[in-house]
Ligand binder design. Structure first.
Ligand SMILES: [Zn+2]
Length: 245
């Protein structure tokens, strides 16, 4: 098949359009869906679900994830057990840059608090998965701790019995901090923020103590130096961690 000189520009145009269309398809398939905080605020449930399903498709198509999945499909040996807050800004996989399945055994709840269920999960990680490290991960500007401090300072009553359960667990810690600071009746925003920060640190310490005191499995493993228990405080602005022994 031969083309005349007058047909060549049209042919080049068609090739160019086809190339642009092909690149558009490839990019739209491979570009991760990233929504800004502002866009997420106005997202419908269906939009959120669609975004997550697209994310799952991208995950499945990724060559690395297939290798990861196969390597841990029938057994797991996570290098650390992490008790962290449910806060969407405090994802252990991202903070510790451990983006492979099987690396971390994570227990999350609002305020990184400890109850029987949480302790049982941590014990499982130590006893059955042989994880050598437990990290209790708290963070600044924690909403759960803020709610607890406000319930002590301002006597705010939480209507939900389930949220009240979380607050009641942390209340003695917040009360101790407030008593130690000997504050007056007028509390500035700065003082309140200081109370929240100190309560977050004290909460990490208290949870660490309870883990070792309330679990025979964990206290024995600690005594035998089979595991290590540390606390960490995460800075939302800078992304760095302050470790607490
Ligand atoms: Zn939090």
């Amino acid at each position: 098949m031969t083309y005349t000189y007058s047909q060549i520009p049209w042919l080049l145009c068609l090739i160019l359009i086809a190339l642009v269309f092909y690149l558009y398809l490839r990019l739209s398939q491979n570009t991760p869906v990233i929504k800004t905080n502002k866009l997420r605020k106005n997202m419908s449930a269906q939009e959120a679900l669609d975004m997550l399903l697209q994310g799952n498709n991208e995950y499945i198509q990724s060559g690395t994830s297939e290798f990861d999945r196969k390597s841990v499909a029938h057994s797991q040996h996570p290098c650390a057990i992490i008790l962290s807050c449910s806060d969407s800004r405090v994802s252990p996989e991202l903070i510790f840059n451990q983006l492979h399945v099987g690396n971390l055994f994570i227990v999350r709840n609002a305020g990184n608090i400890l109850d029987e269920m949480v302790l049982g999960s941590i014990e499982y990680g130590v006893k059955h998965l042989a994880s050598p490290l437990i990290i209790v991960l708290g963070h600044d500007r924690c909403e759960a701790i803020k709610a607890t401090v406000e319930s002590v300072l301002e006597n705010q009553i939480e209507c939900s019995s389930h949220i009240k359960h979380i607050i009641n667990i942390m209340k003695p810690t917040a009360q101790d901090i407030i008593d130690d600071m000997k504050i007056g009746t007028e509390i500035s925003v700065e003082t309140k923020n200081e109370i929240i920060k100190k309560t977050a640190f004290a909460n990490i310490h208290r949870v660490m103590s309870k883990i070792s005191q309330n679990s025979v499995i964990i206290s024995q493993a600690l005594q035998e130096n089979k595991i290590k228990l540390v606390g960490a405080y995460y800075d939302l602005d800078h992304g760095n961690l302050r470790f607490i022994d």
